[in-house]
Design a binder for this molecule. Structure first.
Ligand code: EPU
Length: 420
């Protein structure tokens, strides 16, 4: 199992290109199941999660392959069985994103239930409720979701989501593109990745209005067609590098950044004492003076994202003052706290709130990654610590960050991957 050895050695400097967004790429790759023709996606990050989706599609008989570093070509016309097996779904919950497209295009699907997750229970009841409202017959047996569209076609419906769910909105939006009639998703997720998926579906011929608002209207069409679509850049990867330079100091430029979608993150970094300048799709972040602790409450977009909570906490750990950080999306997304404490952080957790009292310095130690964003927070803290921090279980990191150590080395960090 690979480990990362991080040695703190001062400010970060230079430029780094932001990769394609994991959480846009995953639904977009699944959208290929709606089309009985070849589709091409570019700017697809090389991650374990995007590899898992390709394997999942291959298992169904779909022709899917990475033809260039960031290009994936998929032809779902070869689909043999609309089944997502447990062995892959258990490694990546986002596999459930094949459910909507399979039922909509192929009339049926059998998809393993994703099961529990380190950061929370994460049920998929809203995905199933939406499909049922569209006329799907849904049953659960042996740990699998079985869904069938009577007559082979779903029907448009008005669906009010009980809570804002990103992949729930995406699953229903994809399913609705080929349904008979009009579907309206109320209380829809407004995340930029939902908008990117909608733009991809529109490029394939879908009729979607309102993506990016909390009410999305989809008018079903007979068929979708072939398209080439470029995945948006990753606001969370960009935000992670931004938190790193805020914590460690220095000046970096993020190239090809999704500037418009990063407002909440950049506002927090300005409050922390960073200077931020934007030039087209480049963002330069500099932190030369003292770093101030910033409080935050996570919430659905456009508020501060849960996927940045751990990284901002790593920054707060070495800031002046006290930050109160409240996690409102997932019930167990504070597992990085005990690992950050091993490096010398002063954090108290009560329920879903962490009170972070900034410390003057951290000291390297052995730590363990518990989930994707927790791993990123440990990398940031390791960069701030004196001596060496050895991060175990970085397979979590490899699910969602493309070549993170190479990118950080390019910014002057000392990081080594140790394969055992
Ligand atoms: N929820 C339900 N029922 C449902 C769906 C969601 O109760 O049917 C609850 C969840 O348990 C959670 C809340 O609603 O408490 C929001 O969850 P959501 O469905 O929005 O999360 P998701 O779609 O499973 C996506 C991202 C996550 C990100 C969340 C929140 C993808 C592939 N994953 O997950 O990304 O944290 O939205 O923004 O898009 C990550 O990249 O590290 C990551 C975990």
């Amino acid at each position: 199992m690979d480990k990362l050895c991080v040695t703190g050695n001062g400010p970060l400097r230079g430029a780094v290109r932001v990769s394609g967004a994991k959480n846009a790429a995953l639904p977009i790759l699944c959208s290929s199941l709606l089309v009985k023709a070849p589709v091409t996606f570019t700017n697809v990050p090389q991650l374990n999660d995007t590899r898992t989706i390709v394997r999942l599609l291959n298992q169904m008989g779909v022709t899917a392959a990475r033809t260039e570093t960031h290009r994936i070509e998929i032809d779902a016309s070869t689909l043999a069985k609309p089944v997502a097996e447990y062995d892959l779904v258990k490694t990546m919950r986002a596999s459930v994103l094949v459910l909507g497209p399979l039922v909509a295009r192929w009339g049926e699907a059998r998809v393993s239930l994703p099961g529990g997750c380190a950061i929370g229970q994460r049920p998929v009841d809203q995905h199933l409720k939406g499909l049922e409202a569209m006329g799907a017959e849904v049953t659960l047996d042996g740990g699998y979701i079985n869904a069938r569209a009577p007559g082979g076609r779903l029907k448009g419906a008005r669906i009010v989501m009980d809570m804002v769910t990103v992949t729930g909105t995406e699953n229903i939006m994809m399913a609705a593109t080929l349904a008979d009639g009009v579907t309206v998703i109320e209380n829809a997720a407004r995340e930029p990745e939902v908008v990117d998926l909608a733009n991809c579906l529109i490029a394939m011929g879908a009729n979607i209005k309102g993506a990016g608002t909390d009410s999305i209207t989809i008018t079903g069409v007979e068929d979708l067609h072939t398209a080439t679509y470029r995945v948006m850049p990753d606001r969370i990867e960009a935000g992670t590098f931004a938190c790193a330079v805020a914590a460690v100091g220095g000046e970096i430029t993020l190239l090809d950044a999704p500037v418009a979608s990063m407002e909440a993150i950049l506002d927090k970094l300005r409050d922390a004492g960073c200077s931020i300048s934007i030039n087209g799709t480049s963002i330069t972040i500099a932190r030369k003076g003292p770093l101030k602790a910033v409080s935050v409450k996570t919430a659905p977009y456009p508020a501060f994202p849960t996927d940045m909570q751990a990284q901002l906490m790593a920054m707060n750990v070495v800031a002046e003052g006290t930050a109160v950080m409240t996690e409102n999306i997932f019930e167990n997304r504070m597992m990085h706290v005990s690992e950050l404490s091993r490096l010398g952080a002063n954090i108290e957790v009560t329920g879903n709130t962490a009170v972070v009292q900034g410390v003057a310095s951290l000291k390297g130690a052995n730590v363990m990654a518990t989930d994707l964003r927790a791993s990123a927070s440990l990398v940031i803290a390791g960069l701030c610590a004196s001596g060496t921090t050895m991060i175990d279980r970085i397979y979590h990191l490899d699910r969602g960050y493309e070549h993170i150590e190479d990118k950080l080395i390019g910014l002057g960090a000392t990081i080594e991957r140790i394969s055992t």
